[in-house]
Design a protein around this ligand. Sequence first.
Ligand code: ATP
Ligand code: LTN
Length: 323
Amino acid sequence: MLTGLQPTGTITLGNYIGAIKQMVEYQEKYKSIIFIADMHAITVPIDSETLANNIRQLVAIYIACGIDPEKNLIFLQSDNEFHANISWMLECNTYFGELSRMTQFKDKSAKNQNFTAGLFTYPALMAADILAYDTHYVPVGIDQKQHVEIARDIAIRFNKKYGDTFVVPEPLIREAGTKIMDLQDPTKKMSKSSESQKGVIRILDDVNTIRKKINSAVTDSVGKVNYDPENQPGIANLINIYTSLTGVSKEEVVEQFADANYGTFKKAVGDVVAEKFEKIQARYNELINSDELDKILDEGMKKSREIAKAKYEMMKNKIGLRR
Ligand code: ATP
Ligand code: LTN
């Protein structure tokens, strides 16, 4: 299993519930590779200092959240030059037309007129990330499903043209209902690159700030804790947060808070998030300036290079890039 996150901002409660928590569960079941997709992060404008800080921070967050370096291969994409090299060979087996149909490209290129060639070829680099490691499963959010599908198409095409080279990967899409929304606008996804301060909970926010953000979450005038995403999207979002972090079912939450007002319910949600993130932050603080982090990345660099280099040599040979 292989997956990665882009270091485009501090991880949110949405990323934690929607991505990192699953990675921690999968490590018990699969041989896992978790990496930082930092070369993908430069497909859109990002300040150099901010990027460097985000990268180190994300490694520390992964480990603080329970991603075990003993059970996972953890590395930085930019520490491994074979990703870009493999990506080039895949690009030359990818059609302009299929890249033009990617919805992420269409969305992001519409937002910035000066979009880069890297934004366009992003899926080929992602295919390289996946195919270099004989990945069987790729856990991603629904928005990334199309990119895993194009990686499959490229793998199948390459295998047909040059003979068996790649494992054809499958996306592991999480069940619906775990999408966490902005606390101030519950119709909008909680996003790490969002400008919203009050609506987005960051994993490194201090616990008082977290409680305050939850207390001032937008709700409705119904006044009763029900799971009704259409008419009570704010409350439904808080119920999703509560159930995701405690494992209690939606029905039980509704029953438990049947007579409670929103203030009481919000306090309970705040307690659950604060308790979880307090522990993660304590571990994060131990890690962020430690050598332990560098050791993990050095080891990951070495191991990931070995694997990707073998695939790179094999591809070169099959394509005819040899003397
Ligand atoms: P960006 O703002 O840079 O687009 P993002 O916070 O929206 O970032 P992504 O980098 O697109 O997040 O996604 C990282 C992972 O986190 C994906 O697997 C995605 O499905 C998951 N994820 C992101 N936001 C949420 C959310 N609000 N609820 C649940 N899962 C989420
Ligand atoms: N595009 C993904 C990050 C990503 C990734 C990958 C995920 C880059 N390469 C390979 C899985 C496998 C994102 O934006 N979440």
